[in-house]
Design a protein. Sequence first.
Lengths: 114, 114
Amino acid sequence: GAGVSQTPSNKVTEKGKYVELRCDPISGHTALYWYRQSLGQGPEFLIYFQGTGAADDSGLPNDRFFAVRPEGSVSTLKIQRTERGDSAVYLCASSRTANTGELFFGEGSRLTVL
Amino acid sequence: GEDVEQSLFLSVREGDSSVINCTYTDSSSTYLYWYKQEPGAGLQLLTYIFSNMDMKQDQRLTVLLNKKDKHLSLRIADTQTGDSAIYFCAEGDAGGTSYGKLTFGQGTILTVHP
């Protein structure tokens, strides 16, 4: 597609469950980012991939959060043992290279943990 | 760590100019960005300024940077109802692994009245 695609757009789950959120970046973009946006706040950096490798995961809040990008394109953000505090919109963005702050964002996946 | 602050709300009349202000803390930031978020859409880069510039103009948008005071502003001339959105100021992590690792402010909700 022409833009960054994220699925699902909405996910409601129960506390303690496992969740996967998927991101399909713009074709040819080597850098991929995950951000988290809580209500009334700006996006917060979680993790960044350059190609297949996680170049910087310093924003992941704890070890329940993990992300992969096995073939250097699609990425999956995985959250284990979800907690109510994980409820937020998870944003994915891609850019042509890592040498730019011109990020192209998807519409986000809204996660609600009951 | 980096911190970016913005005023939360701005209300203007159609045709007037809007000025959205932002302060940041990281004096080593190389680039500063303005992103726009509309309901149901991903964040979109509006404009950016390199830290060695004082001003940048792009059609109706003017960015002013006061590096001494760490103050950034976005002026929108002839504001239209379609400009109603949330505007985020962001700074790049110049000392980090990627220019795309951004620190965002909490956003300014711009409301334009007819």
